[in-house]
Design a protein around this ligand. Sequence first.
Ligand SMILES: Cc1cc2nc3c(=O)[nH]c(=O)nc-3n(C[C@H](O)[C@H](O)[C@H](O)COP(=O)(O)OP(=O)(O)OC[C@H]3O[C@@H](n4cnc5c(N)ncnc54)[C@H](O)[C@@H]3O)c2cc1C
Length: 423
Amino acid sequence: MFDYDVIVAGGGPAGVAAAVAAARQGACTALLERYGILGGMLTSGHVNPVLGSTSAGTIGEELMGLLCHQQATTRNGVERSVDPEEAKGTLLRWVTDAGVDVWLQTPVVDVIREGSRVAAVKVGAQDGVRTLTAGAFVDATGDGMLAALAGAEYRMGREGDGLCQPTSLEFTVDQVDERTAITCWGGTDPVTLPDGVRYADFCRQMEQVGELPAHVSIVRLHRTALPGERCVNATQVNGQNPLTREGLLAAELELRSQIPQVVAFLRKYVPGFERCALKSTGSTLGVRETRRIQGDAIVNDTDVETGGRYDDAVVHNAWFLIDIHNPAGGGQAEGHSQLAVPYDIPYGALLPKGIDGLLTCGRCISGTHRAHASYRVMYVCFATGQAAGVAAALSAREKLTPRQLPASAVQEALMRIGVDLGR
Ligand SMILES: Cc1cc2nc3c(=O)[nH]c(=O)nc-3n(C[C@H](O)[C@H](O)[C@H](O)COP(=O)(O)OP(=O)(O)OC[C@H]3O[C@@H](n4cnc5c(N)ncnc54)[C@H](O)[C@@H]3O)c2cc1C
């Protein structure tokens, strides 16, 4: 038996922030990660750039100081380029330097409850199945795995048909000629080709004539940390559930088969990419949307459309576009991504309804399908992770469940470390 104050499951953007934030509050903290590297989508998913924003003083500022090589401002807001290879080492050092006990290659496989409280998790460690206990747990698995194993209520997909956003596999090409090569941040990017045709229109035409895979109606080309490279966000699979063995395998097979076709398209049609070559791919497919764990509060459509304010805000002025990759086809579900107004994320959205001893953070927090399409970006995930980590540490110290802990205590602790909560 290992006993911790705080256990964080999942070492993605939300999980690393949660673990470091908890350890800095003095909690004896463990971080459990199923892969051999930290960073989640940022590293193993090859997702770049880091998007989204919050009020000043959140842990994202420190992380971007460590990881960001360059930034640009587009309709997406600030796009921060990170080198995923460098981030693998930097994040591991950052987390261990904070005193976090990191368990790599250790998936959480089960949860032990005592009444409504999560009391322990079972993990598949190198030396067998182990049981780890803690005063408070944080679910940062992206899929809300720990909460689901604990029996938490969740929603998936959009209202009506339950379809989730598609999965994609990002990759990097190098040998790009920077003198002529374009960048493209999405379907509304006005960038044109030398003949004056809008690149986004050209991609749509190429999909229709089969030069791009079905539903791949835009090939996004993001700058990376290095010149002569682009991070390519294009491949997509609709309708395969990555929470099933069959769906996961079918999606990986399909996504990996799309990559050569997208590279061939770039080499054949896009100036500056004539000699481009595949440099690297994510080591796992990218999952945009699965479980949204239902909490005491729900970040809703109105919040992101009008800038919702909450007395128990633990993240202030969270912002990103309402970016819904079409669950039923190519492009965006609503024609194009919709504007959002900076909004608060309430403490209650991190508290799974009916389950004690557990907080959520990152893309699995409590929200609607449209709100999730905004708060799922990495900069906002850092901030919900930080809030959950601080709350878990206080809860373990005070011997209160996160639900019994007053939100004002979490807010005061966040403000003491410099987070602007707008009050
Ligand atoms: C294709 C794609 C493109 C995107 N583009 C952008 C973009 O350009 N900019 C941006 O900011 N955001 C983008 N996003 C969104 C963003 O990457 C994710 O929403 C964000 O990474 C979620 O962070 P997270 O920490 O909640 O989850 P994740 O990044 O998914 O991390 C979860 C971690 O938990 C681990 N884990 C899962 N289950 C277990 C378990 N049972 N036991 C132990 N560990 C476990 C995983 O291995 C992983 O390391 C994109 C997402 C996708 C899929």
